[in-house]
Design a protein around this ligand. Structure first.
Ligand code: NAD
Length: 258
């Protein structure tokens, strides 16, 4: 295979990608890079303004975009969203289960039932059922890419935010189970488990000084920019990754080996 045909294979022309939580952070980076590689994008986010901003960035790149504002934990809204997408863009070929909220450094005994349930509803319940709703189109096409955004912490653990880590670990379990169950339909399921990212999630809850201190513990001595994760997500979404399923890719600057 020539280098040229490899480059072509990395493109996402003719695909519709839905990215939850793509009003900001890494989700926005995935949306923008995927549109630059030829995909039309469904921008899902709880924030209508930022969702529309991302959609406009996609349109500025010559692709179609649909901004859908709702809480991913609301399963009925996801059911309706899929109907709208089917009508307007023709079904989701690539799903990135990305929306999330941080653990904010919470210790085990500080986590009450409300906090725990909310964490499960957003990361797990919301994405579990959204995936169920996109599946009929993927099965009919006998083709699909599902990428679950987990966390490095799902592999290493951390002495904080156990409710967050429980959800991110569950997503790794679902990645393997779904990969096995959907393989007969040529639907590939993988996870990306980011290390530290300079995004609002940690900046707003822990601040810049916290991140700078954390960077010193990473072998590469830094946290990443969102775009660096988009390369991994776009690769897994492309036909270059057609023999990869049930795997976890963790760009983390070497943090998981120390
Ligand atoms: N920031 C990190 O260091 C880090 C590390 C590992 C994994 N992650 C994971 O990566 C994913 C993206 O994180 P990020 O750093 O880009 O965060 P971010 O806070 O910058 O962006 C998250 C986006 O999700 C949206 N969102 C939040 N709750 C939502 C809900 N209930 N329904 C719909 N949209 C919702 C937000 O409005 C925002 O646009 C998350 O799943 C996060 O857990 C982040």
């Amino acid at each position: 295979m020539s280098v040229e045909s490899n480059t072509t294979a990395a493109r996402l022309d003719g695909r519709v990608a839905m990215i939850t939580g793509s009003g900001g952070g890494m989700g926005r980076a995935h949306a923008v890079m995927m549109s630059e590689r030829g995909a039309d994008i469904v921008v899902q986010d709880i924030d209508a303004n930022t969702a529309e901003e991302t959609a406009q960035m996609v349109r500025d790149r010559g692709r179609r975009a649909l901004a859908l504002c709702y809480d991913i934990a609301d399963v009925e809204q996801s059911r309706h969203a899929i109907e709208t997408i089917d009508q307007e863009l023709g079904g989701v070929d690539i799903l990135v289960n990305n929306a999330g909220l941080g653990g904010k450094g919470a210790k085990f005994e500080e986590i009450d039932e409300t906090l725990f349930t909310r964490m499960i509803s957003v990361h797990l319940t919301g994405h579990f059922f959204l995936t169920q709703f996109v599946l009929p189109h993927m099965k009919a096409q006998r083709r699909g890419k599902i990428i679950n955004i987990s966390s490095r912490w799902a592999m290493t653990g951390a002495a904080e935010a156990p409710h967050y880590i429980a959800c991110k670990s569950a997503l790794l379990g679902l990645t393997k189970s779904w990969a096995l169950e959907f393989a007969p339909w040529n639907i590939h399921v993988n996870a990306v488990a980011p290390g530290g990212v300079w995004s609002n999630m940690v900046l707003q809850s822990r601040g810049e000084e916290f991140i700078k201190a954390q960077e010193k513990t990473v072998p590469l001595q830094r946290w990443a920019q969102s775009e660096e994760y988009a390369y991994a997500v776009c690769f897994l979404a492309s036909s270059q990754a057609d023999f990869i399923t049930g795997q976890t890719l963790s760009p983390n600057g070497g943090a998981s080996i120390v």
